[in-house]
Design a protein around this ligand. Structure first.
Ligand code: C5P
Length: 300
């Protein structure tokens, strides 16, 4: 801890995630939906610089108009860690946003995961992963996954993480329609499709076991499925148009990520990805590759 404090702080990268597979099994009594999902991080990232402050939690944001108080998941993450640990120290954060907001890429969840990892070091807490995961799960369903990144399965609300073999590195194009999509709106939409699949002794359905096997065989194309597409396309027809544009541009495998609106397309190479992106005019695009990490920390 003293080394870190003497050098002044930590800079973190928090990577965007996509969902390669997302099934909604049923609505639960707590209002959340029982999910089976496969997450993957990609090389688009936000940067979070974090310093110790004697008592306050301060946040500056560049690159997006976002709340900087308790409504921001970074501040909530820091506060949760203060409450759990009883520590009296604060922190000063500077966030540079590159990941589109409310886009289905878990940008905010990744920022919260980065704050937890950075403060765990800066405040000298040394909490093990399992303890950070518990705090992360209270902040949001995607936050535990964002602590780790890579290829992982999520069950329950999405907050229970299962290890999977890493998929081979793949190039993708992300297309970001300029419509902020609210996750509760999609989960509450009358056209939400629920599979009703039964959970087996393994803790997940037979269909999810198949998706996991496809992943283990390195076959990303055959994994692709997102039950939220029907509701999202009904609410925002532009998302379906985006998917069509990516298919027409030559992607073999195109899917909406999470509750949208970002749509991604699988590409054969980096060159192919740039060719595809050049063809999808009229939308913001990002050329990315898959990565094996959720948060990267570097001491300043
Ligand atoms: O957990 P998180 O804060 O990301 O969830 C945001 C909203 O998305 C929830 O309030 C709920 O409306 C919806 N949601 C859901 N079932 C899940 C995850 C999210 O209904 N498994």
């Amino acid at each position: 801890m003293s080394d870190v404090q003497s050098t002044g702080g930590i800079v973190c990268r928090s990577y965007a995630k996509i969902n390669l597979y997302l099934d909604v099994l049923r609505k639960r009594d707590d209002g959340f939906h029982q999910l089976e999902t496969i997450f993957q991080t990609v090389s688009l990232f936000d940067e979070l610089i974090c310093h110790v402050h004697p008592d306050e939690l301060l946040l500056d944001i560049e690159g997006a108009e976002l709340p900087t108080g308790e409504d921001n998941l970074i501040v909530r993450a820091a506060h949760a860690l203060q409450v759990t640990s009883g520590i009296r120290l604060g922190a000063r954060f500077t966030l540079t946003k590159n990941i589109p907001v409310a886009a289905g890429l878990a940008g905010g969840s990744g920022n919260a995961a980065a704050a937890l990892c950075a403060l765990n070091r800066l405040w000298g807490l040394d909490y093990p992963d399992a303890q950070l995961e518990t705090i992360a799960a209270e902040l949001g369903s995607d936050v535990p996954y964002c602590l780790y990144g890579g290829t992982k399965a999520g069950i329950g609300r999405g907050e229970q993480i299962l290890e999977l073999e890493s998929l081979p590195e793949t190039w993708l194009v992300l297309v970001h329609p300029a419509i902020p999509v609210s996750t509760p709106t999609i989960f509450g939409h009358p056209e939400l499709v629920k599979s009703g699949r039964a959970i087996g002794d393994s803790g997940y359905s037979a269909a999810f076991a198949d998706a996991i096997s496809s992943c283990a065989n390195g076959n990303m194309r055959t994994v692709l499925f997102n039950a939220l597409e029907t509701a999202a396309f009904a609410a925002y027809p532009e998302i379906a148009a985006c998917k069509k544009a990516l298919s027409s541009a030559g992607c073999d495998g195109v899917l909406m990520s999470g509750s949208g609106p970002t749509v991604f397309g699988l590409c054969a190479s980096e060159t192919h990805a740039h060719e595809v992106a050049a063809q999808v005019s009229g939308f913001r695009t990002s050329v990315v590759r898959t990565v094996d990490t959720g948060v990267e920390l570097r001491e300043l």
